[in-house]
Design a protein around this ligand. Structure first.
Ligand SMILES: [Zn+2]
Length: 126
């Protein structure tokens, strides 16, 4: 008697020992270390594929987490999301700032009215 749906369907409800034996078999199958190694390897592979997708979507960490958590469904979500825009850099200190900030949070330089990442360099230079 294996641990599958047919074993559950064919179990004798009047025999508690049979049900107990099936429960022990299923518990042993779930605590088998090889199952957990396969799950670990599968998760790492899915995260790596997600990170590869994220490399082209400019969001490596986001897509690696999506791949690790959701597997191939996370890959599809990653492929369907638009390419993430890189955050703009402060022209004075070259550190990353949020688009729309009036002043750099690192050095205090005036950033001007920055709408997106593409306009910061052109608007900051006279
Ligand atoms: Zn700065």
């Amino acid at each position: 008697m294996g641990c599958d749906f047919s074993a559950i369907a064919n179990i004798d409800p009047a025999d508690p020992d049979q049900a107990n034996a099936l429960l022990q078999q299923c518990t042993a199958a779930l605590t088998d270390p090889s199952l957990w190694w396969w799950a670990l390897v599968f998760t790492v592979v899915c995260a790596a594929v997600g990170a590869l997708i994220g490399k082209y979507k400019n969001a490596i960490v986001r897509d690696a987490v999506l791949g690790a958590v959701l597997g191939p469904i996370g890959w599809i979500i990653s492929l369907c999301t638009p390419v993430a825009k890189p955050k703009p850099a402060c022209p004075a200190c070259k550190r990353v700032v949020d688009a729309g900030d009036a002043h750099c949070r690192h050095c205090g330089a005036k950033l001007g009215n920055v709408g997106n990442g593409n306009s910061i360099a052109s608007r900051s230079s006279p």
